[in-house]
Every structure is written in structure tokens, then in C-alpha cells.
Write a protein that binds this ligand. Sequence first.
Ligand code: SAM
Ligand code: SF4
Length: 447
Amino acid sequence: MKTMNELISKYNRPGPRYTSYPPVPFWKNQPDEASWISHIKTIYSASNGVDLYVHIPYCESLCYYCGCSRVITRNHDVEGEYLALVIREWELYQERLGFTPAVNSLHFGGGTPTFLSPENLEKLIKTLLVNKIDNFVGSIEIDPRTCQADHLRVLKENNISRLSLGIQDFDPIVQKAIHRDQSPQMVEGLVDKIRENGFASLNFDLIYGLPKQTLETISKTFEIVNRMKPDLIAFYSYAHLPERIKNQRLISEGDLPSAEKKRELYEHGKKLLIENGYIDVGIDHFALPSSYLYKAKISHNLHRNFMGYVDKKSPILIGLGPTSISDSSLSFIQNMKDIKDYKDKILHNCLPIEKGHTHSNKDLVIQDIILDLMCKGEVSLTSPKDIPYWNEIQAELDSFAQDGVVERSNDQLSISELGIGFVRNVAMCFDFHLREQTNSTKFSQTI
Ligand SMILES: C[S@@+](CC[C@H](N)C(=O)[O-])C[C@H]1O[C@@H](n2cnc3c(N)ncnc32)[C@H](O)[C@@H]1O
Ligand code: SF4
């Protein structure tokens, strides 16, 4: 059996995060607008409805580590035009489909959704939620620095009940190195107001592997986090891709931890989370037993989509706004990344599709396997003849088993306790697009 450090040096290599299969760089056979709409019509049912994702790209200040798609501005005049475009995009869908889809869930991501004024946020929510299904769920990503009491009122009154706060790290030296100044006192004040309003769920986003982080800074951050006790914690691995993401060049490489140190930061954070009552529910995600994600995990209802883990999922995801990704279960599309191109398409009454992928049968087989590994930590490999490169995969699984990363019995494959941090590597061995890769796509490191 290998030591953890040996496993890290063996398996720490670039790889997809598998929020979708196939990952975006491997997409091909883009559906045209008519096929895309016909895929949605084929899969749609009024009882399942659709999941909606709305991207709000604006932020007032740049965080140096940020890998999200966003535009930095302090000019709030942009809000009105942006709102009109997103609302028009939703109208285009309704016109093409010939009906108003029932909304199963609505998630606001960014950028910073609370960049919008409370009035604009409310207008948008009310426009999108004309037809929603009975047990609808609404969620939003919040930058604590831009969230006002009126935002909370609007969210509460309009059933957006799951809140996620971008925290990252509470240490002042780390905050300086990432250009994100937010005091624990300010966040604690906001959390008190969230609790007074009685929201259903509160998540904190934290990151390990940031510049200047040490075991001590992680300890202090978790001490503060534990005072507020959110029911969910996303503890993300910092994805550092300075060749592709220019703002990350503002981070001095010398301030970043080595791969071994980064793993220690993760292990230390994980230990503290477990001591504080959190349970590991999936890649990067920890939950209190009272949380909806933990309940979904134990009842085998955990799903994964482009936004991360969820407890309920429609077979159709429609993403509105630039860069947003949509999923019809038969195909994927991604919207124009550039806001000007996005606007141009909408103003010409076209869906703003930039790229897409139509699933083959092989894609769907591997998609199910990778989703099971990511959500359940195990999978039944009952039809090996449908799995491309099965001989090669078998040899690689044997090697994972020798390293103690997976356990195999008959057709059952499960990730071991030791292997939890290496799920992406196990998923990669099933990824036939990755095997057949001809371009040199850069993915983040798996550890
Ligand atoms: C859209 S942001 C959250 C909302 C809001 N913009 C904020 O920062 O508070 C989504 C999350 O992505 C994570 N994130 C951004 N860039 C990252 C990177 N390079 N590596 C890992 N996580 C990252 C952060 O944890 C961040 O909270
Ligand atoms: S981390 Fe959030 S607030 Fe910071 S730049 Fe990225 S999207 Fe904006």
C-alpha cells in the first residue's frame, strides 16, 4: 500500500472536474437551434419541469484567484439592460417551445447575483417564476460584501431559500494576497440577519491551496466558520491556471503551497470539519446531518449538475445569460461567452448558442458511471461490453485497487476511504474522450 504522499505524487495531474460528461473541451456535434428546442420538447414533462440557472456576471471588485466568468464594474447602470436581455432570452425559449415551462428550481450564480439592486433582483425572480412546480427550490450565490437587508427580504418573500456565501478564507494575510477583504464581524452580522429571516439552508464557499495559507490560517478560519455553523460547506481546491486566467498572474507563485502542502491543508481542514460535526458528502462538499444534502446522500438522491451537488434535479437545465450551460439530457449547449455577442444574438431574436454537444450512446453510458462515482462513491459495472476501452480500464482499476484507492467485488466498484480525494482520477480512466484527446486542453490539477 502506498503512503498518501506517494499517492499524491502519482495521481496529481491535470484532469476534468466532471460537472458534466463529456467535459466542455470534448464537445462535438453541436445541435442547431431547431434540434436543441426539439430535444427539450422530447424530454419535457410538466411534472418534472425545468431547472433554471441565471448568470449575473458583474462584480464590484476583482478577487485574484477567481476562475468564474465575470465582468468587474462599479457602474450599476448596466443592470437595466442586462435584466432586459435575460428576460428576452427566457421569452425566446417560451416562443420557440410554444409554452411556459414549469420551473422546478431556480439558481442564481455569477459573478455576483447580489450586484443587482433588490428591486431588479425581485423583478427578475417574479418574471421567471410565473409557472413553478409545487415543491420548487430557489438558491443564490451571495458575496457578503454586497448583500443588503433588502436583498434578504426579497429572497425570503420570493422563495429563494438556499443561500451560499463566498467566504474563501478569514485570515487577513490570505485575504490581502487574494484581494478580498471581508472581516469575520461583517460576515457574522450578515449570518445573524440570515438566521433572523429563517432561510432553509446556508452554505459557505471556502478554498484551500490559496497563497499564504498555512495549517494555522486554516485552523483559525475554521474556528470562525464553526461559530457561525452553516449547514453546508464547500471546501474547494484552488484551481490555478494562470496561462488561461490572466488575473491569477497577480498571485505570486512563491506564495502558493506545493502539491503536498496543499493536500495537507485539505486533510487538516477536513479533520476540523469532521470534528465539528460535518460529513463528507461528495467531492469538496461537507454537510451537517440536518442539511438537505446529507439527507439526499443517505437516501441515494444526491445528483450532480453544472452547479455542483443537488438533491432534486429535472432532466432539463436551461441556463440564461452569457456563458451559461444548458442540458436537455440528449445534448448540451453553452451560451455566448462575450456579453456583446450574447446581446447581439438576443437582439436578433436568436438563442445565443456558442457551442454544444449531442450525446452518443457511449457518452450516456460513461455519464452514468461517472455520476455514480461522484455522487454515490460506487457503481455497478454490469455491461462491460458497452464500456469503450474496457480492457485498458480493467488494468487501470487493478492498479487503483493495489494502491487502495478503489475496492472491487464482482461487478461492483467502490471508492475506498483512502481514495475519496482521487475520485476524479478514477473517473478519468472511464473517460474515452480524454483517451482520444488530440488537442492540448489545460485542466486544473486533480489534487
Ligand atoms: C461565483 S463565486 C460565488 C459568489 C460571489 N461571487 C463571491 O465570490 O462571493 C463561486 C465560487 O467559486 C469559487 N471559486 C472561484 N474561483 C475559484 C478557483 N480558481 N478555484 C477554486 N474555486 C474558485 C469560490 O469559492 C466562489 O465562492
Ligand atoms: S470570486 Fe466572486 S466576487 Fe470574486 S471576482 Fe469571482 S465571482 Fe466576483
